[in-house]
Write a protein that binds this ligand. Structure first.
Ligand SMILES: [Zn+2]
Length: 203
């Protein structure tokens, strides 16, 4: 594409580097920002800078937060005996949107993947184990996609906590996850959390 301005081209390149945005959409957005009367560009720019520099990670569950401890971890209305383990913040948000879960979360920040060189030490597993050692949690719910990496991660965690007197369950499988928790509709995901099953080795 021939651009009438280097600055425009640079903006299009930057916008289209985001996931799911092609050059055409990026160009439409960039042109919109140039001609916009409300100066959305300035609002966007300060919001992006805040996003990058102001966002914190909860010191307990590793969720994204505006404080050192997130709203879910700091409220007294959640059931602290239930801990839901998820791969990422998007999965947590999907479960939270179902309104079916009243416990707390722990965000792993990925899955163990020997093929991609992701080992347990790259994930928030040590902090999970120290949380569980405190004996406040009675049940952990593995809300992890049923993929090879998901199964590896669940198996690894199950081994690590075998000495603790903990109930471990997995959200019901066979429902239409499409392998991606975050794309499950709220009803299906909510139902699968309610209908969770005991985790068995080799499942
Ligand atoms: Zn938290």
């Amino acid at each position: 594409m021939n651009y009438p301005s280097k600055i425009l081209e640079k903006a299009v390149d930057a916008i289209s580097s985001l996931p799911g945005i092609g050059k055409k959409t990026a160009l439409r957005m960039a042109l919109h920002l140039i001609y916009d009367k409300n100066d959305k560009a300035s609002i966007l720019s300060s919001s992006l800078s805040e996003l990058r520099n102001g966002v914190k990670f909860c010191s307990i569950c590793h969720s994204i937060s505006d404080e050192n401890v997130c709203a879910i971890c700091s409220t007294s209305s959640r059931n602290k005996r239930l801990l839901c383990i998820v791969e990422n913040v998007r999965d947590m948000m999907a479960i939270e949107d179902t309104g079916s879960f009243v416990g707390l979360y722990h965000i792993l920040g990925g899955l163990i993947s020997p093929l991609e060189g992701v080992s347990p030490s790259d994930l928030n597993i040590d902090s999970l184990l120290s949380r569980l050692e405190k004996n406040e949690v009675e049940e952990i719910i593995m809300a992890i996609s049923p993929t090879i990496d998901g199964d590896t991660t669940t198996f690894y965690i199950s081994k690590k906590i075998s000495h603790l007197n903990l109930k471990m369950t997995s959200i019901a499988r066979g429902v239409s996850f499409g392998g991606e928790l975050e794309y499950a509709d709220e009803f299906t995901l909510g139902r699968s959390i309610s209908a969770r099953l005991p985790y068995k080795l080799g499942q």
